[in-house]
Design a protein around this ligand. Structure first.
Ligand SMILES: [Fe+2]
Ligand SMILES: [Fe+2]
Length: 402
């Protein structure tokens, strides 16, 4: 699962949600109890949630034609998406990349752990922070699976449904589950991080959950999935590169196999989104603009180590990832440009409403705007003094940011 799309570079613009939904989203952001109250708000702000009987959840209903469009693709999903999942028999498992702990091989295990620790001793703190942030985000997988099952027309209605969409969600989850496991065990063995603080952060993130722009909408969810999988691919691939630079070949392999998984998952969400652009170009281009205009909340956005403080933990982690080159604003601009080209958004002509044409224009002009804002941000950063961010994950040491 995806790590981060830095949304603060996206200029504010009118939202395509209905006024009612917009008001509810705004109220949830400001912590007002007028409608939806994210459970995470109380956890992260320390503000008490309203009494249970006054809470309600409301989102605009998903148009039936969108649900029908998704259901009509079941056969297509079976033919084009399910083959992207690796058969269990040939899939890698975390144990393949870690010291073998089986009984009878104690000496070899001890030696392998010593080698792993010696290589990891060379990793600088910024790489460790990026690894922990990525790992914690991967470990919140239960949140993402339940998110997938909440989407109209896609979800696994029974928990063991034989329908292709449901099989995709379960297969995707099973593959993703290895990512957090592998990174977690690697980090534990290195001894380089405060594992209890890391585990506590995962615990907080799972309790806090994640906010979605339009949680039941299949169009929004699939577009979001494509962006997030590509962002995660970039992030793990860049971490693999840094691991190689610092001489940790085990970590480079670990991040490499995870990145390859993200790449396959990206292919699935990208292909199905392309298919939907053919079926309903107006609905999809409006959803794409909506995802871009709305605040793209990240899967790990609500992470916390329980320490409070000024900037959120996620903001500090993002700043470190940006400076380390693991995931940058420039990557985000590239991502937008990539999908606009891949889905041939500029070439959409027939079947667009006025709103659809405005969405098309907005989306096609977005990448250059992001790049301009990035240049300005970099110039500002070059003029200012770099800051320091403290992380409990690395025993309260500080890392340079900005
Ligand atoms: Fe993923
Ligand atoms: Fe993942």
């Amino acid at each position: 699962m995806p790590v981060l799309i830095i949304s603060c570079w996206v200029p504010p613009a009118p939202c395509l949600l209905t006024p009612r939904a917009h008001a509810l989203r705004a109220s949830s952001r400001s912590g007002v109890a007028a409608g939806r109250w994210p459970a995470a708000a109380a956890a992260t702000t320390g503000t008490a949630a309203p009494a249970a009987e006054t809470m309600m959840e409301w989102w605009p209903p998903v148009p039936q034609e969108q649900v029908d469009a998704l259901r009509s693709l079941n056969g297509w999903v079976a033919e084009n998406m399910l083959p992207l999942l690796t058969p269990v028999e040939s899939a890698w498992q975390p144990y393949d990349y870690l010291p073998r702990s089986a009984e009878g091989a104690e000496a070899a295990f001890t030696e392998a752990v010593a080698e792993l620790r010696a290589a990891a001793a060379c990793l600088p703190d910024d790489v460790l922070v990026c690894l922990v942030g990525n790992m914690v985000t991967e470990e919140a997988l239960p949140t993402y699976q339940s998110m997938g099952n909440r989407v109209d027309g896609v979800g696994d209605a029974t928990g063991s449904s034989a329908l292709p969409w449901a099989r995709w969600i379960r297969g995707w989850t099973a593959e993703e589950n290895r990512h957090g496991d592998l990174l977690n065990r690697y980090l534990y063995l290195t001894g380089r991080v405060d594992m209890r603080q890391v585990e506590l952060t995962t615990h907080h993130l799972l309790r806090n959950g994640m906010e979605m722009l339009a949680p039941k909408s299949p169009y929004h969810s699939l577009i979001y999935g494509a962006f997030q999988e590509r962002a995660t691919f970039i992030s793990h691939a860049n971490t693999a590169r840094l691991a190689t630079q610092h001489g940790d070949r085990t970590l480079a392999k670990i991040c490499g196999v995870i990145a390859a998984d993200e790449r396959r998952h990206e292919a699935g969400y990208t292909k199905v989104s392309a298919k939907l652009f053919g079926v309903d170009p107006d609905g999809m281009v409006r959803a794409l603009a909506d995802v871009m205009r709305g605040k793209v909340t990240m899967p790990g956005q609500l992470m916390s180590d329980g320490r409070g403080g000024g900037d959120t933990l996620f903001a500090r982690f993002s700043a470190v990832a940006h400076r380390a080159g693991v995931y940058t604003a420039s990557d985000y601009g590239d991502l937008v440009e990539h999908f606009v080209r891949r889905w041939r958004v500029a070439e959409l002509a027939g079947g667009l409403s006025g709103e659809g044409r405005r969405a098309q224009e907005y989306v096609c002009g977005l990448a250059p705007k992001i790049r301009r804002m990035e240049e300005l941000a970099q110039r500002r950063a070059a003029r200012g003094e770099p800051g320091l961010a403290r992380f409990s994950w690395i025993f309260d040491r500080t890392v340079v940011v900005g």
